[in-house]
Design a protein around this ligand. Structure first.
Ligand code: PLP
Length: 419
């Protein structure tokens, strides 16, 4: 079991108050808070060995290079990649997914081809494929999901055809919390010769993820959702597929030799890291991975399952509130999107903020999915390893208070109209 009380001491921001109330941070699906160890790694880099990587022969440059490459090794081990050369540092998940679309899809999709995805994707894993399909004359198709938020795989056999060139699926929905059986989908996709992309933005921070078990060709995720800094993300590329990719960004570092009229490409992963990379944040990301690895991802998952279970139970007390996504926490992560019939999610978010509770309100960059739920927006509470049952209680109490407050406000308006 995680020692959450002890863990919380590592997160300076969790000690602060908002509007005089202790902060209850439940917006972890958007971005997580950072432990002292990560903040310290950033400070140490800038204070002690700030230099560019891979180029300098001086001590600082070599130290920066060693630490930058050590971070790559940590990421590689964290997701069970066969070697660190499979790990390309990007800015975030969005850039990683765009990299696949430019470097692979642009060169392998043609008229009549199909790309298969789900109806629960974040815009980052939808809009790049819309563009790729439009430009290459391919068709974008969707795996449906049932009302409980779980993918309906009954028709998968006929959805994946010999025309399917790429299958791209979110491992965990940032709206419904659904954990999708990506390994199963990947095996069927590979059997038909399709390439498999997994959006791991919500899964890698919260569950044990192993690329060999997932059997994916690409896995994209962001450091900032897993205790690391903003501005650094990852694209895992299966070694066997590397030769099918064309460089995305071109310039320094990604080349081996350059002439006036042509150039040749560097080895993996540098071929996809053009220009000076985000050195400090990659190194601090390494510190975040050390932190998570020391706790153990299985422990993190167990903690969040228990917390989500508790939250779903408490939400059932709020009869008027509708909760989206699967009820079974074995196929659901710590994301709880909900809708209050009388209160707009933004009003709810603002009200809760005054109670010290940070949640998210909106379409969560998944407009088509939220629209399909029959609402304009949802409110969303999302948990991480430092959240507690007491914080869930604060959330529920604040929601009950909001219900009473807005009911009185509506009543006053009704009376004023009658008068
Ligand atoms: N995919 C999913 C499922 C997400 O939840 C997010 C961010 O919320 C993203 C992709 C995009 O991540 P980033 O904004 O770090 O690129």
């Amino acid at each position: 079991m995680l020692n959450v009380k002890r863990i919380r001491e590592d997160f300076p921001v969790l000690q602060r108050k908002v509007y005089g109330k202790p902060l209850v941070y439940l917006d972890n699906a958007a971005t997580s808070q950072k432990p002292r160890q990560v903040i310290e790694a950033l400070r140490e880099y800038y204070e002690s060995y700030n230099a560019n990587v891979h180029r300098a022969v001086h001590a600082l440059g070599m130290e920066a290079t060693d630490r930058y490459e050590a971070a790559r090794r940590k990421v590689s081990q964290f997701i069970g990649a066969p070697n660190p050369e499979c790990i390309v540092f990007t800015r975030n998940t969005t850039e990683a997914l765009n990299l696949v679309s430019y470097a692979w899809a642009q060169h392998h999709l043609g008229p009549g081809d199909e790309v298969l995805t789900t109806r629960m994707e974040h815009h980052s894993n939808l809009v790049p494929w819309q563009r790729a399909c439009q430009e290459r004359g391919a068709t974008l198709k969707f795996i449906p999901h049932a009302e409980d938020g779980c993918l309906d795989l009954s028709g998968l056999d006929s959805l994946i055809t010999e025309r399917t060139k790429l299958v791209t699926v979110t491992h965990m929905s940032n709206v419904l919390g659904t954990i999708n059986p990506v390994g199963l989908i990947a095996r069927q996709a590979h059997a038909r010769g399709a390439v498999v992309v997994v959006d791991g933005a919500q899964s890698v921070p919260h569950l044990p993820v192993n690329v060999q078990e997932l059997d994916c060709d690409f896995l994209a995720f962001s450091a900032h959702k897993m205790l690391g800094p903003t501005g650094i993300g990852v694209l895992y590329i299966r070694p066997e597929i590397t030769d099918q990719l064309e460089p995305f960004l071109r310039g320094g570092e990604m080349v081996r030799e350059v002439w006036y009229d042509h150039a040749t490409w560097n080895d993996m992963p540098y071929r996809f890291e053009a220009g000076t990379p985000n050195i400090a944040d990659a190194i601090a990301f390494g510190a975040a991975i050390d932190y998570l690895s020391a706790l153990g991802m299985e422990q993190v998952r167990q903690h969040e399952m228990a917390l989500t279970s508790y939250a779903l139970k408490r939400f059932r007390e709020l009869e008027e509130v509708q909760v989206f996504g699967p009820g079974d926490v074995t196929v659901r992560g710590g994301v709880v999107s909900f809708h209050h019939p009388q209160v707009h999610p933004h009003d709810l978010g603002t009200f809760l903020d005054r109670e010290g509770v940070a949640i998210r309100a909106g379409h969560h960059c998944a407009m088509p999915l939220v629209r399909s739920l029959g609402v304009v927006a949802t409110a969303r509470a999302s948990f991480y390893l430092y959240n507690t049952e007491e914080e869930v209680d604060v959330l529920i109490a604040a929601l009950q208070k909001a219900t009473r407050y807005f009911a009185r406000a509506t009543e006053r308006v009704t009376q004023a109209k009658r008068a």
